[in-house]
Design a binder for this molecule. Structure first.
Ligand code: SF4
Length: 305
């Protein structure tokens, strides 16, 4: 089990089962808290072969090198990081995607996860990834025609992707919640259960250049759906957009950059993929960039620990 020293206690995590244990009888002093964010997401590439309107990934070409990614993750692993989520763009389009996952799973204690649109999950790719992925996420925004209108791909192709991912590792469905998908949450939770998913992650739509944020009417419909949800698949919600929903946070003192950070495909460290403030990761490494980013937030008077 990997251990992490958190403001809320000693946090033990098993990446194979996903089991978390918090020994909160112990309250470690700040001087010994783990310095890495608990989770980090890494955009391996901005490349994607889909064109979703609500996509927030930058459209300029950029990709990270396997050695850079591995070096940063080694550093975060040694300072108490628990997991990495690879994304993009579409991470499976990175030429070294499999190698990166294998190396991180084999040479660190981090849980390796990734988010994919699911249309490139051939049986060959799944075979190569087996043993190096602890959890996978597949984006499913609506069913049937709604999905096809949102993602511009055939729903039948997504269903094949779901079948493939189910043979790879435990997995969850990611759902962008907007005026088109909110009415299909029941159908998506049924799909999640039928496909064997263990989580349905709700992502209230955020504003991009092409779309507005989820509006109040959709927000109320989402709140209503969540309150009445009786499905078997666990629900989760992104921190951005969770307001008004009944959430549980077992680590209330581990916020901001202590909980999570994002590395974009140009090697900038950010508080989230939506944040406009970043610190370039240079030769001094990712923890040095983290320190600079914290200082920036402190100077700006923003509450990032
Ligand atoms: S699949 Fe994901 S990365 Fe690709 S365009 Fe859609 S939202 Fe963006």
């Amino acid at each position: 089990m990997k251990s992490r020293i958190s403001p809320n206690g000693i946090h033990l995590f098993d990446r194979l089962s996903g089991l978390n244990i918090l020994v909160d009888e112990l309250r470690p002093k700040e001087a010994i808290w783990s310095t890495s964010p608990r989770q980090v997401s890494v955009a391996l590439t901005n490349l994607c072969d889909l064109h979703c309107a609500y996509c927030y990934a930058p459209k300029h070409k950029a990709s990270l090198h396997i050695d850079q990614v591995f070096g940063w993750l080694k550093e975060l692993d040694s300072e108490g990081g628990l997991g990495v989520g690879f994304g993009g763009g579409e991470p499976t389009l990175h030429p070294d995607f499999v190698e990166i996952c294998k190396r991180v799973a084999g040479e660190t204690q981090l849980a390796v996860t990734f988010t994919t649109h699911g249309h490139r999950l051939t049986s060959k790719l799944v075979e190569r990834l087996k043993g190096s992925i602890h959890f996978a996420r597949i984006s499913v925004d609506g069913v049937g025609r709604t999905y096809e209108d949102q993602r511009g791909k055939q729903f039948s192709s997504l269903l094949r992707g779901l079948e493939s991912i189910a043979t790879l590792s435990p997995f969850g469905l990611n759902v962008v919640v907007n005026e088109h998908t909110v009415a299909e949450l029941d159908a998506m939770s049924e799909l999640a259960q039928k496909a064997g998913a263990s989580e349905l992650l709700l992502l209230p739509q955020q504003a991009t250049a092409a779309v507005a944020s989820m509006d109040g009417v959709v927000g109320l419909a989402l709140q209503d759906w969540v309150s009445n949800y009786r499905g078997k698949v666990r629900l989760a919600v992104s921190e951005v957009g969770a307001s008004g929903l009944p959430t549980c946070d077992p680590l209330p003192d581990e916020r901001g950059l202590r909980a999570y950070a994002h590395i974009d495909a140009t090697g900038m460290l950010r508080a989230s993929s939506y944040s406009h403030v970043g610190a370039k990761i240079g030769d001094a490494g990712v923890l040095s960039a983290l320190k600079r980013l914290r200082n920036t937030f402190e100077i700006q008077g923003e509450t990032q620990p």
